[in-house]
Design a protein around this ligand. Structure first.
Ligand code: AMP
Ligand code: MG
Length: 470
């Protein structure tokens, strides 16, 4: 038998101009122990199973050992948080180990979250506790299983150290895998400093990595606008509320990132907000497309210095950002059309979809179950008139029930279930986490013995707020 082969890290980002990042090794922890390991993702990344099974892997995912050939760094970024400008954020609790080339030849970032203090930590401890680590693990993997672009969770490791929040809580490190960690806020950081050279290096890096067909900064902007319009439409189609759509939490790649106070809606109410810190409902469900557009306008502003003559650049960048709305609307119609059984919805079908959503809101029906019920010919109570129109429209469709079963998940990461799994894990029982994770890997499949997980929360189980992962 040959010796375990450690993963071959590349350091593409660390090869960019030095002021884009800071060299920083993860801070070691007292007593690493496995919580979860994503073998499917490891396989996709070409990681040797023998290495993965070794203590060396545990030490790497805890931040106690830097893999050979890796150049650990933290990344600089800024951002608008709840609309307010913060010139200096950066990786305050995360260390990028580097990139791995996956089986499809794509470079993927491998980042340790909760890896200790960095030059960006400000007053923070650089650590994460078990709750947010398990939340991100569960929800990001659930999003992936729903077919929604997202960062992934490769591993979760207990640190054996306490993290002080309101009380002392068990510490953990999450290994996050992303197409990259470039954010709108990464561009804002250098634009705000008038550092066109860094901006150019970033834009070139982003194009090479995510949009090789894009020819310049304007093309890059167009590509990000399209990717984000499609992404947010997908969120809306499963009732996902990101919760903290600050510009530092919006990727250039078009992946969902940063599962802090996120949640899936139970009962459909368009103004649903979960985040405890979102007092004005800025990031409510229904506001998400508008906020994405606002964030993309910040990206456009940051890229202007790379777009040549000012007046023409402003005009072209504005046009590029305004493409968001028609792309979003088209994707929304396509996705929600499929949710009511239309393989290819037309603009004239939009009122039928909107009437269904209005009916759900009027009666407070569960978003996920109402749509999934349609696949079994069950229309929610109080929507009989709507049902008659709907059946008439479906008569010409080939396989509406098949279309609906593929578009409407039976299982989502319901907030009360996520909270229950976290509570049990903190008390030392990982079984509910493992069960939930396994269930959510197949969200569209009927899993008869798991029917209880389809139920919305009982009043006493309801979670009205989720909190940032700090
Ligand atoms: P987030 O809420 O995860 O989007 O983080 C916003 C900013 O706060 C980022 O710059 C993070 O690196 C930083 N941050 C969050 N939690 C911590 C922590 N525990 N220690 C240090 N920095 C943190
Ligand atoms: Mg963040």
């Amino acid at each position: 038998m040959s010796a375990p082969r450690p993963p071959a890290f590349e350091s593409g980002y660390a090869a960019l101009p030095e002021r884009l990042f800071d060299r920083q090794a993860p801070v070691p922890v007292a007593a690493p122990a496995w919580i979860a390991l994503n073998r499917d993702l490891a396989e996709e990344l070409g990681i040797d199973p023998a290495w993965l099974a070794s203590d060396a892997a545990l030490q790497v995912f805890a931040g106690n050992a830097v893999p050979e050939g890796a150049t650990p760094i933290t990344q600089a970024y800024a951002g608008h948080q709840f609309g307010g400008w913060v010139p200096r954020l950066g990786d305050g609790r995360a260390v990028l180990l580097g990139e791995l080339r996956d089986r499809a030849g794509q470079r993927r970032d491998v980042q340790l979250k909760g890896a200790g203090r960095t030059r960006w930590s400000r007053g923070g401890d650089g650590r994460a506790w078990l709750g947010p680590v398990l939340r991100e693990y569960l929800v990001s993997e659930a999003m992936h299983a729903l077919g929604i672009p997202t960062t992934r969770a490769l591993a979760a490791v207990a640190t054996g150290e306490a993290v002080q929040r309101e009380t002392a809580l068990p510490g953990a490190v999450l290994t996050r895998v992303a197409a990259s960690h470039l954010r709108v806020g990464t561009f804002q950081y250098f634009a705000a400093r008038g550092d066109d050279e860094a901006l150019q290096a970033l834009a070139d890096y982003a194009r090479a990595r995510h949009y090789p067909q894009a020819e310049g900064a304007l093309d890059l902007l167009r590509a990000v606008v399209e990717a984000q319009a499609r992404l947010v439409a997908r969120w809306m189609s499963v009732g996902f509320i990101h919760g903290v759509m600050n510009t530092d939490n919006m990727t250039i790649s078009g992946e969902t990132i940063d599962y802090g106070p996120c949640a899936f809606m139970d009962a459909y109410h368009p103004v649903t907000v979960f985040s405890s810190i979102d007092r004005n409902g800025r990031y409510a469900y229904t506001n998400q497309p508008d906020v994405a557009l606002w964030n993309l306008a910040q990206l456009a502003t940051s890229l202007l210095p790379l777009m040549g003559e000012r007046d023409a650049a402003v005009r072209e960048a504005t046009e590029a950002v305004h493409r968001f709305s028609p792309i979003y609307a088209g994707e929304w119609l396509r996705l929600f059309g499929r949710k009511i059984g239309l393989a290819a919805a037309r603009p004239a079908d939009a009122p039928l979809i909107e009437a269904f959503l209005q009916g759900l809101a009027d009666h407070g029906h569960d978003f996920t179950n109402a749509f999934r019920g349609l696949a079994d010919d069950r229309t929610p109570e109080g929507l009989d008139d709507w049902a008659a129109d709907w059946r008439a429209r479906l008569s010409g469709e080939d396989d509406p029930h098949g279309v609906m079963r593929a578009a409407n998940p039976a299982y989502i990461a319901r907030n009360h279930r996520v909270e229950q799994a976290i509570e049990a894990a903190v008390a030392g029982d990982l079984a509910p986490f493992v069960t939930l994770h396994r269930l959510l890997a197949r969200p569209f499949d009927e899993q008869p013995d798991m029917a209880a997980f389809r139920a919305p929360p009982e009043p006493h189980e309801e979670v009205r707020q989720t909190f940032c992962g700090t």
